[in-house]
Design a protein. Structure first.
Lengths: 252, 230
């Protein structure tokens, strides 16, 4: 049965007076892969960063409305707790350069001062790297620096780092835009596997990627959520003319 | 205009050129049949190669657009429709050629009265008009005109259904007319196929413009198709 994991209710984001996300209402189910697309400056990344309260880290940034995680408003929770429940992977792979692959995976625990035994760490590292489809490639070099890995491997390491905290939801902000096609393909394959245990929200400029990996797609334009529908429907017969113009490249 | 729009416009023009050629083939086969003009019939047979070339070219262009432009939404529907319309037009071209071949093969000219009494001429004219209207509907993206094709195809079906009786009457009246009566029956059967192909094309136009799938539904029962697609 489908169950809602994240719900935005009249969610708005501002940078000073600039209203960048306008009254968004959206409901996302558990184990869904959601693609968020739209032209540059449409508010999609701001919306994504609003979900795990990253938006509020920017000076002058404010938000209004609710983001409910399992029915509870994330803005009423501790921000650190929110970010442990909602992992995030960024455009450029950003493993900690001074930490080993092993330490990178458990960085969430180390940096938050959460004490766990060596045995537990070992289990978490193997499980997270396996889930991120990286274990086989790095199991013999766990104590090398994460930055020695290729771009695609580094991005999967960042995904493993996010998974290690056992989040309910993982946000991806253009996760493959800095990767070559082979690495992109391995990360996309990973999305399909992660779906079994996590809910994924992926902001992407690559429309074919949105079409390939997501169950449902949200189209943002000028801060508004214009359309949110089944991905197949969206790419064959979008309901809104603005969506059609965007995906067919006829946007002026 | 985006590169994809340029490609699609080019493809549309190519399809229209093919349409005009197929229409001309069908008309010439009709003239050859009525006038018993074997030279004109041979011209139709020769030009059939051009129809086939169009088909191959359009297939290849569609393949290239799919591979290079990854079309979506209305562009994707246009290409899917273009592929099917291309096949349907090529088959209508085949029908024109096979009617022309009857003229080339027949040793006697077709009796005017027999062609009239079986309504074959009327059927032929309607089949050509339907084909012309599908082209207009395609060019203007006119789905009202495309829908009108379904009803008009019924006219062809009725003449086809009556053909065993009307052709039998021709044979009964003059047993010597048996060979040409059989040609007439065959031509009626082929014209019925032109109606079907045109109906398929009309369905593709509606699919491309409105994203509605009407095939496998009887004309007039679009409500059923709507229900199922919701």
């Amino acid at each position: 049965m489908e169950s809602t994991i994240v719900k935005a209710e009249n969610y708005n984001s501002y940078f000073g007076d600039n209203h960048v996300v306008k009254d968004v209402n959206i409901s996302i189910n558990k184990n869904e892969v959601i693609a968020v697309m739209g032209p540059s400056g449409c508010g999609k990344t701001t919306f994504l960063r609003g979900i795990n309260r990253m938006h509020e880290l920017i000076p002058n940034a404010t938000s209004k409305g609710k983001i409910l995680l399992d029915g509870e408003n994330v803005y009423d929770m501790n921000a650190i707790y929110v970010r442990s429940k909602i992992g995030m992977v960024f455009q450029r792979p950003n493993p900690f350069p001074n930490l080993s692959i092993y330490e990178n995976v458990v960085a969430g625990y180390l940096l938050n001062g959460i004490k766990i035994s060596k045995a537990d760490k070992d289990v978490i590292v193997e499980k997270s790297l396996t889930s991120a489809a990286l274990w086989k490639e790095v199991k013999d070099s766990l104590h090398k620096k994460g930055t020695f890995l290729s771009g695609g491997q580094q991005q999967r390491l960042c995904i493993a780092r996010a998974i290690a905290m056992q989040p309910e939801l993982i946000l991806f902000d253009e996760p493959t835009s800095a990767l070559d096609p082979i690495s992109t393909s391995s990360v996309e394959a990973l999305f399909h596997e992660l779906k079994a245990n996590y809910t994924l929200i992926i902001v992407t400029h690559n429309m074919q990627q949105a079409a390939r990996v997501s169950d449902r797609t949200a189209f943002f334009y000028m801060g508004e959520l214009v359309e949110f529908d089944d991905t197949k429907q969206m790419f064959t017969n979008p309901a809104d003319q603005r969506t059609q113009n965007y995906i067919t490249g006829r946007f002026s | 205009m985006t590169p994809l729009e340029i490609e699609i416009n080019g493809l549309k023009k190519e399809l229209i050129s093919m349409w005009i050629l197929v229409q001309s083939q069908l008309n010439k086969a009709k003239e050859a049949m009525i006038q018993f003009d074997k030279d004109l019939a041979r011209e139709v047979l020769i030009k059939e190669k051009r129809v086939n070339s169009f088909e191959l070219k359009i297939d290849r262009d569609c393949e290239n657009i799919f591979a290079l432009h990854c079309p979506v939404a209305i562009d994707l529907r246009f290409l899917l429709a273009a592929l099917k319309i291309n096949t349907n037009l090529e088959r209508i071209g085949d029908i024109a050629a096979s009617i022309a071949k009857y003229v080339v093969d027949s040793s006697v000219n077709f009796d005017q009265a027999a062609m009239e009494s079986t309504s074959m001429i009327r059927m032929y004219e309607e089949a050509v008009n339907i084909l012309i209207d599908t082209r207009t509907a395609f060019e203007k993206e006119d789905t009202v005109l495309a829908r009108s094709i379904f009803k008009r195809d019924d006219v062809l079906d009725n003449i086809n259904d009556a053909a065993p009786t009307t052709v039998a009457d021709v044979i009964k009246a003059d047993i010597d007319s048996l060979p040409e009566a059989l040609y007439i029956l065959s031509i009626i059967r082929k014209l019925e196929r032109v109606g079907d192909q045109s109906k398929n094309i009309a369905e593709e136009i509606i699919f491309y413009v409105e994203a509605k799938i009407l095939k496998h539904y009887e004309s007039g029962r679009e409500d059923l198709a709507d229900e199922e697609q919701q």
